[in-house]
Design a binder for this molecule. Structure first.
Ligand code: SMG
Ligand code: MG
Length: 367
């Protein structure tokens, strides 16, 4: 497959409500939409880096820079391309996995659309719909949190994830457990704790949580293994798992018994599938994380979440949890599930008007 060129668009989408985590408050999702143009089809990708390097080291401007200056020129010089070749061509460049993932996604989507194959089939999906959970941000008060959780449960979400940080952990978890009883409940700390917090975190064992996600620093894999000796609640890793090798190492070390898979964090959907395979071979359940994606990233995440090892509900929520107006047809949660797209490639296409309305700038790079 020969590419004609690649378009990069920076978009800004207002969130329906502020989303607060241990690393900051999001009110607008700034992201990059990638369009890979070939004579036969156009493919779409979404780069999940955020406006500031707070979740991980990447951020929108670093992604734009590395894409235009290094990654896209390397692809342009690589001759005929398909999705499976992208990671190899980009391998000499260290890091920048979210940027690489967006390019791979766009090229893979173009290839699959041209061939008429859905991404879900290409990845090995076994389900037509995906169980949905929702990630609930840190709130100003417990009553406000209980209202938010109540609303999501009424919408049918099958599990609730609470964002936690020191000072917002035991009490909100206790309040949600007491008020809503036997729901599927888990927490995510986004690296907000230190090894010395093991006793405090063990206090969460009273609440029968599915998992504690990424309590310690991204690089502190050994710390997570030590924590897992003290805390009974299963440890799930997010930020630390940047590749299939990192997953295999973390599992071997006993640092996690569950893995959150985010394609952007690991360099793409093909590496995400390899992580799924490593985890499945080790009997480690996985679930699909979220990065406040537009309908483009959401569609592809649903394809991934339909693989057999995704046995826990993910952060794949309905479009209305994020955006009043998405750039694709919205995904609507019904009976706690979202449908896996069935069309070729990622199965959705952004609406030109909606995409234009949120685009703040566009760059075109000819191959
Ligand atoms: O897409 O629903 C979503 C967000 C889910 O909590 C979520 N993501 O660490 O898992 C995580 C966070 C990272 C992004 S927070 C702005
Ligand atoms: Mg997380």
């Amino acid at each position: 497959m020969n590419l004609t060129g690649i378009e990069l668009r920076v978009i800004e989408m207002p969130l329906v409500a502020p989303f607060r985590t241990s690393f900051g408050v999001e009110t607008v999702r700034e992201a990059i939409i990638v369009r890979a143009v070939t004579p036969d089809a156009e493919g779409w990708g979404e780069c999940v880096s955020m406006h500031a390097p707070l979740y991980s080291s990447e951020y929108v401007e670093s992604s734009m820079d590395v894409l235009r200056r290094h990654l896209i020129p390397a692809l342009a010089g690589a001759g005929s391309l398909d999705g499976s070749k992208v990671a190899t061509v980009l391998e000499p460049f260290k890091g920048h996995r979210m940027s690489k993932a967006a390019l791979e996604m766009a090229v893979l989507d173009a290839e699959l659309r041209a061939a008429g194959i859905p991404l879900s089939r290409e990845l090995g999906a076994v389900r037509a719909e995906v169980d949905c959970g929702v990630s609930v941000g840190i709130m100003d008060s417990i009553p406000e949190l209980l209202d938010a959780v109540d609303g999501y449960l009424a919408e049918g979400y099958q599990r609730i994830k609470l964002k936690i940080e020191p000072g917002w952990d035991i009490e909100p978890v206790r309040a949600v457990r007491e008020r809503f009883g036997d729901i599927l409940l888990q927490v995510d700390a986004n690296t907000a704790y230190r090894r010395g917090d093991a006793r405090l975190l063990a206090g969460l064992d009273d609440f029968d949580l599915l998992l504690i996600e990424q309590p310690l620093d991204e690089e502190d894999v050994l710390g997570h293994a030590q924590l897992a000796e003290v805390v009974k609640t299963p440890i799930c890793l997010d930020e630390s798992i940047v590749s299939a090798r990192a997953a295999a190492d973390a599992i071997a070390l006993g640092a996690c018994s569950i893995v959150n898979i985010k394609p952007g964090r690991v360099g793409g959907y093909l590496e995400a599938r390899r992580i799924h395979d490593v985890c499945r071979a080790n009997d480690i359940p996985v679930w699909c994380g979220g990065m406040l994606e537009t309908g483009i990233g959401r569609a592809a995440n649903l394809a991934l979440a339909a693989l057999p090892g995704f046995t826990l509900p993910g952060d794949t929520s309905g479009s209305n949890r994020y955006y009043a107006q998405d750039i694709t047809d919205p995904f609507t949660v019904e009976n706690g599930v979202l449908p896996v797209p069935t069309g070729p490639g990622i199965g959705v296409t952004p609406h030109t008007d909606a995409l234009d309305a949120v685009t703040t700038r566009t760059e075109w790079i000819t191959f």
